[in-house]
Write a protein that binds this ligand. Structure first.
Ligand SMILES: Cc1ncc(COP(=O)(O)O)c(C=O)c1O
Length: 370
């Protein structure tokens, strides 16, 4: 199923239709025990992972792939590149496979941010591209998010100068979960991509429920100076295998490829190929995430805690108390929540989990903050 078809599917079923469908898909849930050894204790709701992955089909492929684990990844990479290119509607020359999308983020940070070049990004946002560039002499302008915790594009624009090498848009943003308004996003990208490369981190793109929300791959296809990153860690549930990819114009992709250091591995590539074919699990993940997120909202509403409506698999909410204490108290209840995100030190990020984990989170939160 191509990206657009998947998104069309979401649009067609809608969330309530989706929940009805989920009842049909519950038989799949039986294949994914709610208390697998990996997530029984502690309850890890701190890294925005997908507790159901890898899918049953991917697990089977993984165990069959042991035979080729003695081979370097080049043996099976080409087929994955073709699959990604087909899914995104680009040529294989546009695709750079990386060891998790974090490797892609770091390569871009290094390539366009090193040696005194400047990077403009929201604050708070996902850090690895920024901190990696800083280690190699890059300068980062962190622009506070606006009143509704979204990217303040006007304020970001003011920081763009001839020294700017890269502009990072994490969309939806981690940790706030906000989505940039589509018109503003396209205007911003097309207005500034001649001055600096625009990096669109779309790790959570699959969880967006706004119909036909554009991926910036659209602009890559029109030859803009834009890099898009995607990951197999979230909706596909392969975080531990480390595989992601970048989509960029072939001349940019070639430079990015040259900077890849770790690459991914043979098993991860096999897993990613099967994950792309496994539509049932893809839909299941999205619906289970929506169900868990609705539960988090319910708990926060009951407790009268402010939160930011999220387009991701986590929710950013106001604890009203210093996060360090809340973090420790939740940990004592066996529930791990996201790290502190300065300067928002009275806010917490909670990832979606299984419904059983959500119930445990609700109980713990009421105990800690109630
Ligand atoms: C916005 C964002 N981008 C990228 C990543 C990293 O994903 P990966 O596992 O592909 O390195 C994360 C992980 O949490 C993230 O939140």
């Amino acid at each position: 199923m191509k990206n657009a078809d998947r998104r069309q599917w979401l649009k067609t079923v809608g969330l309530s239709g989706g929940f009805a469908l989920l009842r049909g898909l519950e038989s799949i849930a039986m294949d994914y025990p709610t208390t697998s050894p990996g997530n029984r204790v502690p309850i890890r709701l701190n890294s925005n992972e997908n507790p159901y992955g890898p899918s049953k089909r991917v697990r089977k492929v993984l165990s069959d792939a042991f035979e080729i684990a003695c081979r370097y990844p080049s043996i099976n990479l080409e087929e994955l590149v073709q699959l990604i290119a087909h899914k995104e509607g680009v040529s294989r020359e546009h695709v750079v496979v990386t060891g998790g999308s974090t490797e892609g983020l770091k390569v871009a940070g290094l390539l366009f941010g090193k040696d005194g070049k400047e990077i403009v990004a929201a604050d708070p946002t996902f850090q690895p591209l920024l901190t990696y560039a800083e280690k190699f002499g890059g300068r980062v302008h962190r622009v506070p998010v606006d009143k509704v915790m979204g990217h303040d594009l006007d304020a970001m624009a003011e920081k763009i100068t001839p020294e700017t090498g890269l502009i990072l848009l994490c969309n939806p943003n981690n940790p706030t979960g906000t989505l940039i308004e589509r018109g503003a996003l396209k205007d911003f990208c097309t207005s500034f991509d001649q001055q600096a490369v625009v990096f669109s981190d779309e790790a959570y793109y699959d969880f967006i429920t706004e119909p036909d929300y554009p991926s910036m791959v659209e602009l890559v296809k029109r030859e803009h100076n834009i890099i898009v990153s995607r990951t197999f860690s979230k909706v596909y549930g392969l975080a531990g295998l480390r595989i992601g990819y970048l989509i960029a114009r072939p001349d940019i992709a070639r430079r990015l490829k040259a900077g890849v250091m770790a690459m991914t591995n043979t098993l991860a590539i096999e897993a990613a190929k099967e994950a792309l074919r496994d539509d049932e699990f893809y839909k299941f993940s999205i619906l289970k995430n929506a169900e868990a997120k609705a539960y988090i909202y319910k708990i926060l509403n009951e407790m009268g805690l402010e939160y930011i409506p999220s387009h991701t698999n986590f929710v950013f909410f106001k604890t009203g108390r210093p996060i360090s204490g809340v973090h420790a108290a939740m940990k004592a209840e066996n529930v791990w929540i996201g790290r502190p995100f300065p300067p928002m030190l009275q806010w917490a990020r909670i990832s979606t989990g299984t419904m059983e984990q959500m119930a445990q989170f609700g109980e713990a939160l009421k105990k800690v903050l109630g």
